[in-house]
Design a protein around this ligand. Structure first.
Ligand code: NAG
Ligand code: NAG
Length: 287
């Protein structure tokens, strides 16, 4: 290609793909909870708290269409039963798309549940739940969402725990038109998150606090429908996430997680879907 067009595509590329690193002041805004949400250490650390009056939350300033989103989190320690800490991507409106990580607290010594879901065109009901292979309250661990044209991959410390494939060819909606923002919150859900409300949040143990660091969005920043929609990026300049899929070792790790740590899978809930499982369940090699 002519050199000027090459330069132009470099320029366009640099507008589209942003890697925003770490600084919470620069990349995020606190959206609710007043002083319960705090940005500390010059933007390197963010904490959310929950007390009897309110939870708290933040969101990314920018919207994205495809990308890799990483966040290190240290979850509420001790008796966290009834609390829910979230990290998710979502678009707006009644037919919104959403990709969810939710961490359901538990009594001291009992395991957290990682609850995941994928909404397309306003339709969810695609829950999968997992235990973790470590205590998520003792140290920071990395939770990631890879979202490209072909796959959504949920990762914990870079180990894939769930994949949602693009099956548009089979008539199943896939999120690829609506830009999404990153959201995170800490709130009280003791009406459902403790096995249907079995255990109530013990407010005398509050305030409950979760910590965040190393926020990273290696993603296409949305500015118009065409800005991230087209294959405008030069293949030489592609970021790893754009083609990211599971290789053989990724598939092995996913099988390991699903065999040992998965505790709920909507795709095997025949009682709930007595009229027939959702169509993607029959087509996914990995349930
Ligand atoms: C809490 O711990 C109990 C007992 O180990 C377990 O059955 C449950 O799945 C855990 N998670 C939640 C959210 O209740
Ligand atoms: C709540 O926590 C307090 C302080 O640790 C404890 O004394 C109390 O028994 C707990 N309440 C319930 C219902 O478990």
């Amino acid at each position: 290609m002519p050199f000027s067009i090459f330069l132009l595509s470099l320029f366009v590329f640099s507008l589209h793909i942003a890697a925003s690193e770490a600084d919470f002041y620069e990349n995020c805004e606190i959206t609710w909870g007043d002083e319960r949400a705090k940005i500390l250490n010059g933007g390197q650390l963010l904490t959310l708290s929950l007390d009897k009056a309110s939870g708290s939350g933040f969101q990314s300033k920018q919207e994205f269409l495809f990308g890799r989103f990483d966040l290190q989190m240290k979850l509420v320690p001790g008796n966290s039963a009834g609390t829910v800490t979230t990290f998710y991507l979502s678009s707006q409106g009644p037919t919104h798309d959403e990709i969810d990580f939710e961490f359901l607290g538990n009594l001291s010594g009992d395991p957290y549940v990682v609850h995941t879901n994928v909404f397309t065109q306003g339709k969810g009901n695609r829950e999968q739940q997992f235990y973790l292979w470590f205590d998520p309250t003792k140290a920071f661990h990395t939770y990631s969402i890879v979202w490209n044209r072909q796959h959504i991959i949920f990762l914990v410390d870079n180990i894939p725990i769930r994949v949602f494939n693009n099956l548009e060819a089979a008539g199943i909606a896939f999120p690829n038109k609506q830009p999404m923002r990153i959201y995170s919150s800490l709130w009280n859900a003791d009406d459902w998150a403790t096995r249907g409300g079995l255990i109530k949040t013990n407010w005398t143990q509050g305030p409950f606090t979760a910590s965040y660091r190393n926020f990273n969005a290696d993603a296409c920043v949305w500015s118009s429908q065409s800005s991230c929609d087209s294959e405008s990026t030069n293949s030489l300049q592609k970021s790893a996430w754009q083609d990211q899929a599971l290789d053989a070792s990724g598939r092995n790790r996913l099988r390991w997680v699903q065999k040992k740590y998965m505790i709920y899978n909507y795709c095997t809930d025949f009682k709930r879907f007595s009229e027939g499982l959702p169509p993607e369940c029959k087509r996914s090699r990995f349930l």
